[in-house]
Design a binder for this molecule. Sequence first.
Ligand SMILES: [Zn+2]
Length: 124
Amino acid sequence: MIGEKDYDDVINFILPRYKLNEWIYPNVISRNCKLDKDTTATILNELVKTKCLNEYWLIRCPYCRKINTDRIYVHYESVPAWFICSHCDMKIKTDKNDFVDYAEPVYKLRKGVSLNKFRKEKKE
Ligand SMILES: [Zn+2]
């Protein structure tokens, strides 16, 4: 069960640290707010629903583990069925069900977010 305090902790961590254009990585939130991976994912998802964050998908090469920063997608459905890693030149091909292996969600803060705005949106 995720408590109100967990949401507050995440928002209070994000707000003073991130500018509008900076990428927010779930593992950084998870580590700093001392939350497990699933809880962090649920909270970030709720922050997208309440219009506090925008969600994007980036591709991390399963071979060299580097992020292909030239490939960032707004929709999970837009993640391609194959790509060539810009770091190690490996061709990575998979079927739709395996996308989660190399597509990771990242987030950006939206304008005018505050703890009060989040609480208000969450109630509605
Ligand atoms: Zn690679």
